[in-house]
Design a protein around this ligand. Sequence first.
Ligand SMILES: [Zn+2]
Length: 238
Amino acid sequence: MELVYLEDAYVKELETIITSIDPALSAVQFEKSIIYPGGGGQAKDYAAIEIGGRNYDLKDCKKDDRGIWYVLDAIDFNLQDVAVIRLDWERRYNLMRTHTAMHILCGVVWNEYQKKVTGGNMEPLKARMDFEFEGLNDELVREIEHRVNEEIATNHAVHIKQIRGAENIDELLRTKTNLLPPGLTEIRLVEIENLDMQPDGGTHVAGTAEVGEITITGFENKGRINKRIRLEVRNPGQ
Ligand SMILES: [Zn+2]
């Protein structure tokens, strides 16, 4: 299955064909897909799928050793039937904005404080990230929020790169725990120009200004060193 969202996160609607059906899972695979199945902290997409003039609901996304499966509310069509996938674009776009905001936060915290991120999770317009950041306080949080909003407004370009071989990956990953599966030969990197680069399979906006603005809504101590920062994304001035 060709995963179109890895190349172009802005495709909202796609015509494709059904290439596999698993009746037991009530699930299908397509020749090409724009539906992000979830993972890496990014929530899954919602979508409607039209096949033969009828609309099917996407109930879930699953992964097994055969790849990604899209679970539908009914299976009453055939292999090679044409399917039109329509994303819940507002949700997906807000996830792209939020996901990119997390990279910007990560970049600012590394570049200016040399603190490592240890995890994160997001829903549309809401995210949390965990850092090894002993001594984090309200004043630092306000400073970080201000710096993140400055970097957003600078409108850095966001690029996707594929690199072969994992020899140099530890260098790239100096800020993060290496969670990549061993033996991976091709790595997708998401680079925010002059700010952040990390291996990543998610979807992002093309320029940081599309994020809008962020507010850091709070932080919690998860131990003496580990801190959890919560943020929200909104349109500028709102
Ligand atoms: Zn990402």
